[in-house]
Design a protein. Sequence first.
Lengths: 389, 248
Amino acid sequence: MNKFTGVDYYNIDSLFSEEELMIRDTVREFVSDEIIPIIEKHAREATFPIHLISKMAELGLFGSTLPQKYGGSEMNNVAYGLVMQELERGDSGIRSFVSVQSALVMYPIFAFGSEEQKEFWLPKLANGAKIGCFGLTEPDYGSNPGGMITKAEKVAGGYLLNGAKMWITNGTIADAAIVWAKLDGIIQGFIVEKGTKGFSAPEMKGKHSLRASVTSELIFDNVRIPEDNILPKTEGLKNALMCLNQARYGIAWGVVGAMMVCYDTALNYSKSRIQFGKPIAAYQMTQEKLVYMLTEITKAQLLNTQLGRMKDDGTLKHTHVSMAKRNNCEKALEIARIAREILGANGILDEYPIMRHSANLESVKTYEGTHEMHTLIIGEDITGYPAFE
Amino acid sequence: MKIAVCVSHVPDTATKIKIADDSKTIDPNGVTYIINPYDEFAVEEALKTKEKFGGEVVVISVGSESNKESIKKALAMGVDRGILLKDDNPRDSFGVAKVLAEEIKNEQCEIVFFGKQSVDYDNSITGQLTAELLGYQCISVVVDLKFEGEKVIAEREIEGGREVVESRLPVVITAQKGLNEPRYASLKGIMAAKKKVIEEKPAAGSKPTVEILKMHKPPAKQPGRILGTDSSVVPELVRLLREEAKVI
Ligand SMILES: Cc1cc2nc3c(=O)[nH]c(=O)nc-3n(C[C@H](O)[C@H](O)[C@H](O)COP(=O)(O)OP(=O)(O)OC[C@H]3O[C@@H](n4cnc5c(N)ncnc54)[C@H](O)[C@@H]3O)c2cc1C
Ligand SMILES: Cc1cc2nc3c(=O)[nH]c(=O)nc-3n(C[C@H](O)[C@H](O)[C@H](O)COP(=O)(O)OP(=O)(O)OC[C@H]3O[C@@H](n4cnc5c(N)ncnc54)[C@H](O)[C@@H]3O)c2cc1C
C-alpha cells in the first residue's frame, strides 16, 4: 500500500505553521505505524487496543493544549485539531478515547477543578496512568441533558450519588468518571473514582459502530463520595456544555481524517479497478463522485482551519463549533457511503477501512449533539427563536 | 560527553523521482524531503547515549536552508542544538566529510553518529571519510553498541552474519537498521524544539573529486508470469529460475 500523504487540493498546508505541520506529520506516522495495522482486528473483536494508551501518552496526545506544569504541551488549538484529524484517519474510536481523556476529563478538571484536583489528576491523566470518562447522557435524557435525574445529596463529609448514565465512552476502563448530577436542582460536576462502593460501570455490548471503543453504563447506587470530589467551579449545565464544546471542536476536525482515508481509498481503487476494459476512474460518473468528495473535504478543511484560528484568538462562539460539527459529520458519512459505492462489493470487506469508518460515523454524527440539535443551536443564533421545545 | 550526529536531508522514499532535463540532477518539483531514515537510528542512539552518560548532543547537517527541516526533526526528538553548514550547491561525499570533520573538531565531540548510508546517493562513505579526516576510530553498519569507559564494543552486520568488534574513543559510528527503535518526536518535543538554537554558518568551499556525468532510471520491471497452477509446472519453474533469472 502507498504511504498516506494526506489530501490537500487547495494548498491548505500553507495555512499551517511549521510546528503545526510537524505535529500533524508525527501523529500521521504514528497512526500509520501503530493504529492502522491493528485496528481492523480490534473492531472485529469489539476490543479497545489498550496497549496504545501508554504509546499515545508518550507521544503527548492527552491534554496537549494544557500547561506543561500539568503534563500538557501548550499546543495551540489548530495543532490539536490536526492531531484529532490524524487519529480519526485511523479510527473514530481511538479519536474518541483521546477526545474524552483530553476534552471531557482533563479540560473540566483544568477549568472547574481546585488546584489540588489539578495537581493530583492532570499529570496522571496526561501520562496515561489514569483513564477518565465523562458521564452526562442518561437512558431517558440524551439531547435534553438538562432534564437529568441523577442526583447528589449533601451528607456529612461528602455527597451521596444516585442515578445512572448511559452511552459513556471509556466507562468500564476508567479510573475516574466526571459525573454530572443535580445538587439541590443545580447540575454540578463530580469526580467519582473506580472502586467506590455502589458504583459500577458495565460495558454495553452489541454495537455496530465504534466497535474499537468501550461504551458503558455508569450506575450509582448510594455512592458516597468525599467532599473534595466536587468540581468547585461548576454551577449548572453550562459547564458540561463547555466541555462538549471542546470535544465537538475535536470532532469537527476528526471526521476530516475519516473523509480523507475514504476518499484516498476510493481514488486509488478506482484507478486500478478495470471494468468494460477501462479503469472505473475513467467513467464520468465515478469522476463526479470523486470530485464531490474532494470538494467537500476541501470545504471542511477550510472551515476547520478558520474555526481553529478563531479558537486560538478567542473570537470563537459555540455556534461556530456547531456549524463545523454539523456539516463535517454529515459530509463524512456521505463520503464514506460514496466511497463504499466506488469499491463495489469490495467496499463491504474489512480488507478496506470504508465500512468501519462508515459505521463509526453514525455514532459520531449522534454524539456530542445530534445533527438536529446543532441545527437548532445555529437556528436560534440567527433567528433569535429557540426551537428546542 | 559531547556527542554529534550528522544527518542528511533526502527525498522521501515514497516520492517518485524524476530526472531533470540536464540528465545530471533530480527535478526538485513535487519532491518532499525527509531526514535520511538511517540517520533516525543515529539520532536515537545519540540520545540514548546521552541519557546514559550525560552530556550534550548536537546535530549537524551540510546543505541548503531546507536541511533545517531535518535538523528540527532531530531537535524535536530531543537533540540539544543544531548546526547548519550552509551550501546551496550539491557536493560530493568527500566535500561533505571535510566540512563535517572541521566542525566536529571545533565542537570537540568524542562520539559521532552517522547513518550507514544516505538513501539519495547511497555512497555509504561519509562517516568513514569523516573519521579518517579526524583521526577517529570508525565502526560502520552497527546493530548493537556499548560504551565501557574508553572502550567501545559494537556488533556490526557483515555478509551472512555478524561480528563483534572492540575499539576506543573518540569514535565514529554508522548506524544500521536494528540498532534501535527510533522514538517519535513527542508533541512536547516539537514544541520545545521551537526554542532550540540552530546555528547557521557557510560551509567552506570544496573542490569536487567526483563529477556526475549522467543519471538514468533503471529499466522498467518486467511484468510477472504465471506458468500454471499445479505441480506439473515445477520443472519448468526450476529451469527458468536457473537459466533465465539465474537465482538458483
Ligand atoms: C458510541 C457512543 C458514545 C457516547 N459517548 C458518550 C459519553 O462519553 N458521554 C456522554 O455523556 N454521552 C455519550 N454518548 C451519548 C450521546 O451524546 C447521545 O446519544 C446523544 O446526545 C443523543 O442522545 P440520544 O441518543 O438519547 O438521542 P435522543 O435525544 O433520544 O434523540 C433521538 C433523535 O431525536 C432527535 N431529536 C431529539 N430532540 C429533538 C428536537 N427537539 N427537535 C428535533 N429532533 C430532536 C435527535 O436529533 C435524534 O435524531 C455516546 C453515544 C454513543 C452512540
Ligand atoms: C537533490 C539533491 C540536492 C542536494 N543539494 C545539496 C546542497 O544544496 N548542498 C549540499 O551541500 N549538498 C547537497 N546535496 C548532497 C547532500 O547534502 C548529501 O551530502 C548527499 O546526498 C549524501 O549522499 P552520500 O551518498 O554521499 O552519503 P552517504 O555516504 O551514503 O551518507 C552516510 C551518512 O553520512 C551522513 N551525511 C551524508 N550527507 C550529509 C550531509 N549533507 N550533512 C550531514 N551528514 C551527512 C549521514 O549520517 C548519512 O547517513 C544534495 C543531494 C541531492 C540528492
